[in-house]
Design a protein. Structure first.
Length: 305
């Protein structure tokens, strides 16, 4: 009898040990599977969020902070009370760890409030398809400001950023183009900044358009055509001056009497603005001629009275 009891206890212990081993093996397997699944998610996520535009600018924080401090200390010391660290944090919070196709105006509202500043009357200069020329002009003539000459625009000019739901929360490989999703970080930012820039305009405002563009100088789909022109305040803006610039030696696709310009004039007149349109505004044309001094267009320009 004692022998049978001993055998039974041995069997029980054996079964218990086997059960413990099986349980431990199951736990180890569960941990390994969980690790593999988690690792797999981090590996798959960037591939799923492979977009067509360039990724976040390297050293974005240093770029934004450097531009911010340069703007408020060297260029516009009257804005020295701006907090560049808070401005950077509000920009980062607008997109980090977020799906780059689900950015909203509310995400950027704190940044807009922190970085906004008054725009003097008669200095606002809007543009479309004349980016290089218009910024050469504002660098040579301090009487005008484009959006890129404001603190917001200066910090963000030619810089890109977007988030990623997985670590590290920023996608440095690629960001979505507007054609891939409208609510991407860049598009939402520039729409909001452009709206705010237009709302701040007062007195006489200028817009520089490209008369050598085949598709037409004024495009309803552009930032100027879809946002800025509709956010100018008729109670604050007395006149809109259109400068229609044609490339030196380039095609003369449109003049002030052209179809798209007339469409713009109609939109502005419906909103009770006074409009003046000038083909090849002379001060800007002279700047074009700096790069093309021997061209016949420039010789005629220099000889004109």
């Amino acid at each position: 009898m004692p022998l049978q009891q001993g055998s039974a206890r041995t069997r029980q212990r054996t079964v218990l040990l086997v059960g413990i081993v099986v349980l431990l093996a199951a736990l180890v397997l569960a941990v390994v599977l969980a690790s593999l699944l988690t690792h797999g998610r981090h590996e798959v996520s960037p591939k799923m969020l492979k977009w067509k535009d360039r990724g976040t600018t390297k050293n974005l924080q240093e770029v934004i902070l450097g531009r911010c401090y340069n703007y408020i200390t060297a260029q516009h010391p009257e804005l020295g009370d701006k907090d560049c660290l808070k401005i950077w944090e509000s920009l980062k919070d607008a997109f980090i760890y977020k799906n780059p196709c689900n950015i909203t105006a509310e995400d950027y509202q704190p940044l807009m409030e922190l970085a906004s500043h008054p725009i003097p009357c008669n200095k606002s200069l809007f543009w479309s398809k004349t980016g290089d020329l218009v910024h050469r002009y504002t660098k040579s003539n301090q009487n005008f400001l484009t959006l890129e000459d404001t603190l917001l625009g200066y910090m963000a000019d030619r810089v890109s950023w977007c988030g990623d739901p997985s670590a590290p929360g920023i996608n440095y490989e690629s960001c979505p183009k507007r054609s891939e999703c409208e609510s991407n970080p860049g598009s939402v930012f520039w729409k909001m900044a452009s709206k705010m820039f237009a709302e701040a305009a007062c007195g006489v405002v200028q817009v520089m358009l490209n008369g050598s563009t085949e598709a037409g100088a004024f495009r309803s789909s552009s930032i100027f055509g879809s946002i800025e022109v509709f956010n100018l305040n008729p109670d604050k803006v007395s006149e809109v001056h259109i400068w229609l610039m044609q490339d030196i030696g380039g095609p003369q696709s449109e003049s002030c009497s052209g179809h798209s310009i007339q469409r713009l004039i109609n939109i502005l007149e419906e909103r009770n603005f006074k409009i003046i349109c000038e083909d090849n505004y002379r001060p800007v044309q002279l700047l074009q001629c700096v790069h093309n001094p021997d061209h016949t267009d420039c010789r005629l320009c220099s000889n004109s009275t």
